[in-house]
Write a protein that binds this ligand. Structure first.
Ligand code: CA
Ligand code: CA
Ligand code: CA
Length: 268
């Protein structure tokens, strides 16, 4: 779906992904962009395509593009009214395919308010408990980086985690090529744990002919790249294994700091 020149209702969504997030700068890394790995078409099947990717991905600094995210407008928690894919800037702003303007929702109704869910391919998504009305003039701010914007939670799942003074989405819901897709929970140990898919991805890379555990898979847009630096690493500096453990330990529900705790996505 490209820009048809129509002024659709918009929301000013802001979110941080913990994988590439750096608390000292309150920005996310944009390695996938600088390595030229972000696809021009949304990976979520919603059809958005960047008309001029070379220009959009040339932007550096705080508004540089980190990756695609999927935003759903919902009512009553579970009813998905419409979805749109947006581009995520380093400072957390979710924008449209021009890389600049707030994300628009062609499927949103006039004068209607929605709960907002934000999802990412290798993070656990979250859902606001509050309702927001998309606007063609002044898009309301849906700031998921602050704890004062409540998100849906249950006894077994919270929507986000703290990182410094900000809230981020849980990282580490990995997959193995297209054979095993992220399953909306993060586990470091036990059946179908996310750490295993990082190891498998490294061991079974076509170029890892000696099946080395510390082999580095360079320059990939991959479900096993937890920290989103464009490499899949199981052992050694900047590995994608340790962040899965840290993610599990970061849940406020993991009161015993158990390594086999499972973090579930908090979206009903
Ligand atoms: Ca920005
Ligand atoms: Ca998982
Ligand atoms: Ca990585």
């Amino acid at each position: 779906m490209t820009d048809r020149g129509v002024n659709y209702p918009k929301l000013a969504v802001k979110v941080f992904l913990n994988g590439p997030y750096v608390s000292s700068t309150q920005l996310m890394n944009d390695n996938l962009r600088s390595l030229g790995l972000i696809p021009a078409t949304s990976p979520y099947g919603t059809g958005e395509t960047i008309a001029n990717p070379s220009a959009v991905f040339a932007v550096t600094g705080n508004n540089a593009i980190v990756d695609w995210v999927l935003v759903q407008l919902r009512t009553g928690n579970t009813n998905i009214v419409t979805s749109a894919s947006g581009l995520l800037q380093r400072d957390g702003d979710v924008v449209g395919t021009d890389g600049v303007t707030a994300l628009s929702f062609p499927g949103a109704g006039e004068n209607t308010s929605y709960q907002v869910a934000v999802l990412h391919r290798i993070h656990l998504g979250c859902l606001t408990t509050g309702y927001f009305q998309p606007s063609t003039s002044t898009p309301p701010l849906v700031d998921l980086t602050v704890s004062t914007t409540p998100t849906w939670q249950s006894l077994s799942a919270v929507g986000r985690r703290a990182n410094g003074s900000k809230m981020t989405l849980f990282s580490g819901d990995t997959g193995y090529f297209d054979f095993i897709l992220p399953d909306k929970k993060v586990a470091f140990q036990g059946p179908n744990n996310d750490n295993t898919w990082v190891l498998w991805r490294v061991l079974n890379d076509p170029n890892n002919v000696n099946s080395l555990v510390n082999y580095i898979v360079y320059n990939v847009y991959d479900y096993a790249d937890v920290n989103m630096d464009g490499n899949v690493i199981y052992q050694g500096p900047n590995n994608d294994s340790a962040p899965i453990l840290f993610s599990v330990l970061s849940s406020p529900l993991n009161t015993s700091q158990s390594q086999n705790f499972i973090v579930y996505q908090a979206i009903p």
